[in-house]
Ligand binder design. Structure first.
Ligand code: ZN
Length: 133
């Protein structure tokens, strides 16, 4: 069982495993919301338990998805595509090991100029709005 939470602990989540391996998103929305980029993986909604959901605030940075963050400490925890049966859970909120590999960098055309991607993980160009799986 994987567990995770925001910084202040008011919102927590748990699930068995990531359904899809991790991707790092370098789009402008993720950069601005977090101060850098995010790494997340899909968890099936049917396997995801959220506690303290009343402390979650949803923000729509695009017209097809919502970003869930703690209204108290600001931690970005989840990203939810409209009408999907999965939720993207931020790897950084997980307690301990994720046991999920990083398989891609996405939207790298929008990444910051203050770091390089040289970890050997495939980097996909493109800007936000061009969604690929
Ligand atoms: Zn919090």
């Amino acid at each position: 069982m994987k567990t995770g939470s925001c910084v202040c602990g008011k919102v927590a989540l748990s699930f068995d495993r990531f359904e899809r391996p991790l991707r790092s998103c370098h789009c402008i929305q993720c950069r601005k919301q977090t101060g850098t980029y995010v790494t997340a993986g899909h968890v099936l909604d049917s396997e995801l338990t959220l506690t303290g959901e009343e402390h979650l605030t949803w923000y729509r940075a695009s017209n097809f998805a919502s970003r869930g963050f703690c209204q108290h400490c600001g931690s970005l925890l989840i990203w939810k595509k409209d009408d999907s049966d999965f939720t993207s859970v931020m790897a950084g909120c997980i307690d301990g090991r994720t046991d999920a590999p990083l398989v891609a960098h996405i939207f790298v055309d929008e990444k910051g100029d203050y770091y390089e991607l040289n970890d050997g993980v495939p980097a996909h160009s493109g800007t936000f709005g061009v969604v690929s799986d």
